[in-house]
Ligand binder design. Structure first.
Ligand SMILES: Nc1ncnc2c1ncn2[C@@H]1O[C@H](COP(=O)(O)OP(=O)(O)OP(=O)(O)O)[C@@H](O)[C@H]1O
Ligand SMILES: [Mg+2]
Length: 329
């Protein structure tokens, strides 16, 4: 059963105009950060979002939590269209949806003890009979993320980066959410700490039956974390599939480029691996290219790609892809 169903979602940010531009009636322009995406995440599934910087991953994460309002489209959570919910009703749902960001130092109040920070959500939602009971719930949660009870009365600056991120995870999960958006949650950590935390997230996911939207630059982590992966380019999906589809046999030229750009730890393999990195910069999302948005950088571009936007189609192997190379028959 799908827990999250996103349909034709768009987010256009108005570009600020200068006084001179307003005076000269320069038309309002928009950054098309998310430009019509549809996907579903099943209960207990982890859906990965990958793509270059600026492709719209964070905007998608913020939209599905309704931290920002969509320009168009709908988001259904557990069968409820949350795009139409009042703020009051949305607040009731908030504890079921949580987010873990990249920078735990920025997420934590430096003057608040760890115990109080983790407990805060319990107080807001009136969980636990009294102070003592809430403290007990917090200590249990700290244990779940493998933090010692002493941490309870420490301040964020007294902790390591990895410990702080465990605190942020504890705080996000204490209200027993069903759905968690992790936006580059492990990106700032050392490789070894990152793999410990990845394992922790996986254990917690199983134990608490969590559903994840997992946003990452690090394609390698999607292998362990994600059931399916959506590859975004300039606000759209180009390919959606399993790790096997995306990582081991990418079909879309952009996915191929992303995969071949991953540094290979073994230099011998690196040399033999065919590297294909798209030329040029990511185009401006205010004026995305006509036709297929990737065509100016695509080595396989055909005439049709410059004029007709390819639609996502289902392939026989179960993946979805938007590319005229696979669309012509
Ligand atoms: N509040 C905003 N106002 C205007 N433009 C925005 C805003 N937020 C994001 N954008 C623009 O929307 C586009 C998508 O941004 P987004 O942060 O979603 O990308 P991303 O895929 O998360 O990138 P990264 O990998 O760097 O985190 C970018 O062009 C960005 O500059
Ligand atoms: Mg981002």
């Amino acid at each position: 059963m799908s827990l999250l169903r996103v349909s034709k979602l768009k987010k256009y940010f108005a570009v600020k105009r200068s006084a001179g531009e307003i005076l000269l009636r320069v038309p309002q322009r928009y950054v098309k950060a998310v430009d019509g995406i549809s996907f579903e995440i099943n209960e207990g599934e982890t859906f990965g979002l990958v793509g270059e910087s600026g492709s719209g991953k964070t905007t998608t994460g913020r939209l599905v939590l309704r931290l920002i309002e969509p320009t168009e489209g709908t988001i259904e959570f557990d069968g409820i269209d949350i795009t139409r919910l009042s703020n009051r009703d949305m607040r009731l749902l908030r504890n079921k949806m949580q987010v873990i960001f990249q920078d735990p130092m920025a997420a934590l109040n430096p003057y608040m003890k760890i115990g109080d920070a983790v407990k805060h959500g319990l107080e807001i939602h009136n969980i636990g009979k009294n102070e003592q009971e809430r403290k007990k719930i917090v200590l249990e949660m700290l244990e779940k993320v493998n933090l010692q009870p002493e941490i309870y009365s420490r301040y964020p600056h007294e902790l390591s980066g990895g410990q702080r991120q465990r605190v942020v995870i504890a705080r996000a999960l204490i209200l027993k959410p069903r759905f968690v958006v992790a936006d580059e949650a492990l990106a700032m950590l050392d490789v070894s700490v990152r793999s410990q935390l990845l394992k922790l997230l996986l254990d917690l996911k199983r134990e608490m039956n969590l559903t994840f939207l997992f946003i990452t630059h690090d394609l390698a982590t999607t292998k362990y974390m994600c059931n399916r992966i959506g590859v975004m380019y300039l606000g759209k999906f180009v390919e959606i599939g399993t790790y096997k589809h995306i990582y081991e046999s990418p079909m879309h030229p952009y996915t191929k480029a992303l995969i071949s750009a991953i540094p290979e730890p073994d230099p011998n393999i690196m040399n033999s691996k065919k590297r294909f990195i798209p030329h040029g910069e990511v185009p401006n999302p205010i004026n995305p290219p006509k036709g297929c948005r990737f065509h100016p950088r695509c080595p396989f571009s055909m005439d049709i790609c410059t004029s007709l936007e390819p639609q996502l189609i289902n392939m026989q192997d179960g993946r979805t892809i938007a590319c005229h190379l696979y669309n012509s028959h």
